[in-house]
Design a protein around this ligand. Structure first.
Ligand SMILES: Nc1ncnc2c1ncn2[C@@H]1O[C@H](COP(=O)(O)OP(=O)(O)O)[C@@H](O)[C@H]1O
Ligand SMILES: [Mg+2]
Length: 203
C-alpha cells in the first residue's frame, strides 16, 4: 500500500509542508538567532559529532534554522566539512564537496549557496561519519519530511540499504517542526535522530 502514491497522501504531505514552513517563517530574527545558538550548543554536545572526523552539513535558507554558527564553530575545531551540490550527472541526487572558509560558493537553481563544482573536492558518502540534513517536518519515529524534491531520499538510498554502515544521519530543525506522526512513503529514508535547539531526539 505504501508503494502506491495516493492523491490523498500526497495532498496530506503538501498541506503539512505548507503548515510547517509557515510556522518556521513566523519566527522573528531574535528567535532565529537564539535558535541557532542553542542548536550549535546541542550539536557540539553530540558524541557522534564530537567523534566525527568528517561531517556533512548544508547552508540554510529562508526560515530554516541558521547553520552558519555551527559551520563556523566546527571549522574552528578543525573538523573536515562537506556540503551538498545538485549532482551534475545524476538528476535528483546530491554530491558532497569538501568545504572550507575559502571555498568559492555560488547559488544553485533553488538559490541555495553551494560550493563551485570541482572533481578533486568530491567527498564520497562513505568518507562522511556524520551527516546533518535539513527537514521540513519530523516525527518521534524517525520519519522525515523534506521540501518535496526527494533529494536526500535518493542520495541516502544506499545508506538505507545498509551500504554505508559507518554513517550516522541527523536532521536539524526548529522544535516547532516536530509532529506526532508523518505520512510516510516507501522511498522515505528514516534518520537516526534530530537536533533541535531544545533537545536531541534519537530514534
Ligand atoms: N529513492 C528514490 N528513487 C526514486 N525516486 C525517489 C526516491 N526518493 C524519492 N523519490 C521521488 O522524489 C519525490 C519527492 O519525494 P518526497 O519524499 O515527497 O520529498 P521529500 O523527501 O523532499 O519530502 C517523490 O515523488 C519520489 O517519487
Ligand atoms: Mg521523502
Amino acid at each position: 500500500m505504501q508503494t502506491q502514491k495516493t492523491t490523498s497522501s500526497e495532498q496530506a504531505r503538501s498541506a503539512l509542508r505548507e503548515r510547517l514552513i509557515s510556522q518556521r517563517n513566523a519566527l522573528n530574527a531574535a528567535q532565529q538567532q537564539d535558535a541557532a545558538s542553542a542548536l550549535t550548543r546541542q550539536a557540539l554536545a553530540l558524541p557522534e559529532l564530537q567523534q566525527a572526523r568528517r561531517i556533512g552539513l548544508y547552508h540554510s535558507v529562508g526560515g530554516e534554522l541558521n547553520t552558519a554558527p555551527l559551520i563556523d564553530t566546527l571549522l574552528e575545531q578543525g573538523k573536515q566539512l562537506a556540503l551538498p551540490v545538485l549532482h551534475p550527472f545524476n538528476p535528483g541526487h546530491l554530491l558532497m564537496l569538501d568545504y572550507s572558509k575559502t571555498t568559492p560558493m555560488r547559488p544553485n537553481r533553488f538559490a541555495i549557496p553551494e560550493p563551485v563544482l570541482s572533481c578533486q573536492a568530491v567527498v564520497p558518502l562513505a568518507q562522511i561519519d556524520c551527516l546533518l540534513i535539513p527537514l521540513v517536518g519530523f516525527d518521534p519515529h524517525g520519519n522525515r519530511l523534506g521540501m518535496g524534491g526527494g533529494f536526500y531520499d535518493r542520495t541516502l538510498a544506499p545508506w538505507l540499504n545498509g551500504k554505508l554502515p559507518g554513517l550516522t544521519v541527523f536532521g536539524l530543525a526548529h522544535d516547532c517542526q516536530q509532529v506526532e506522526q508523518l505520512p510516510v512513503a516507501s522511498w522515505d529514508v528514516p534518520i537516526n535522530g534530530v537536533i533541535t535547539p531544545g533537545r536531541i531526539w534519537r530514534f
